[in-house]
Write a protein that binds this ligand. Structure first.
Ligand code: SF4
Length: 340
């Protein structure tokens, strides 16, 4: 599979009254054609800001650093004009959000909202052809009686149905990349499963890549090919789904996995909260940002950012524990054991 999206050293800051918030810090990753990549991490770790940077939605007081490069199908989209952005959004790359009720226009019928996307990107189609396409897409997303649905307003539909409408709007132009920001968080588990299944099947039919943003590791295990773990604006670990779930290397990834419920434990598993909170991003630590919460922290961790190490061709991690040069004495863990 070749690269569809390549993020190269992307940084995003927000100028606020409390100072410059460093939301995304020097991140690099790729999404291949047809691949599903999950971006995971706690709230505030930079996942959604990363998504917005791909869609060109970073507005003042936000700013993408000048040396950031976002390459989509071989073109640096950072240099797009307004007109190029308009053509890109919704056609090459679409995004769906967590809350469909907020994202859909409450005063406009569903049919109009779906067709509006075609008005922008498929002007050559007649009104009847657009309507037919809308019906086909609604049917593909699992909406029964799609023709009837075109005449309804968002408030007349259930949460699950509204989310399917969002997917239909996003996919009607057959984008190469779908960014799904917590797409099923507000739905109950059964509907969640149905929608994810539908998304996967549409992905196959349209040969589309998905960048899934979520804090739900259950969803990740179900549908992702690759997982990228973010913490305090940086990527701390990246690997194939099974590498992250079976051989996590970063203490933060391990802590995330230990804090998620697992079906194979028959309810006997003790869930562990990750103690502490993410650092103040107006003044993040000089070294590893997880330092204050990490039981394995060493002196070097607070002073220097760990270099990225390759564990396998697809698995990389940024942690001093992976570096032979790091002094292994005096971790927080050992100190607390001595106190016991
Ligand atoms: Fe913990 Fe140090 Fe690794 Fe950061 S670099 S996760 S503080 S061991």
């Amino acid at each position: 599979m070749s690269d569809l999206l390549e993020m190269r050293k992307v940084s995003v800051t927000y100028d606020t009254y409390s100072g410059m918030v460093q939301s995304v810090r020097n991140i690099s990753f790729c999404v291949k054609k047809g691949e599903t990549v999950a971006l995971v991490g706690e709230s505030g770790c930079g996942k959604s800001v990363t998504a917005k940077s791909i869609m060109g939605l970073i507005k003042k007081p936000g700013k993408i650093s000048k040396d950031s490069e976002i390459i989509f199908s071989g073109t640096n989209i950072q240099k797009f004009s307004k007109d190029q952005w308009r053509k890109f959004r919704g056609k090459e790359c679409s995004m769906i959000f967590q809350d469909a009720l907020v994202s859909l226009n409450p005063t406009m019928k569903i049919g109009r909202q779906i067709i509006e996307n075609l008005d922008n990107h498929a002007k050559e189609l007649s009104k009847e052809e657009k309507e037919q396409k809308a019906i086909e897409m609604l049917t593909l997303t699992g909406i029964p009686d799609a023709k009837q649905c075109l005449m309804k307003y968002p408030h007349e539909l259930s949460g699950g149905m509204r989310q399917r409408i969002m997917i239909a709007i996003a996919l009607i132009t057959h984008p190469k990349l779908l960014i799904a920001d917590e797409p099923t968080t507000s739905l109950d588990v059964t509907i969640q499963a149905q929608i994810l299944k539908q998304m996967k099947s549409l992905q196959k039919q349209l040969n589309m890549a998905i960048l899934l943003i979520t804090h739900d590791l259950g969803i990740v295990a179900d549908i992702a090919d690759k997982v990228i773990v973010m913490y305090a604006g940086r990527i701390v670990e990246e690997g194939e789904c099974r590498e992250i779930f079976y051989r996590p290397a970063h203490p933060y990834t391990k802590a995330l996995l230990e804090s998620a419920p697992r079906l194979d434990q028959n309810g006997k598993q003790m869930l562990r909260a990750i103690e502490g909170s993410i650092p103040d991003m107006t003044n993040p630590p000089e070294g590893c940002a997880f330092c204050m919460r990490c039981p394995y922290a060493m002196e070097v961790c607070a002073a220097y950012i760990p270099e990225e190490k390759k564990i396998s061709e697809s698995h990389r991690v940024s942690c001093w524990l992976m570096d032979k040069r790091a002094e292994r004495e005096g971790t927080n863990n050992e100190r607390s054991q001595k106190n016991l």
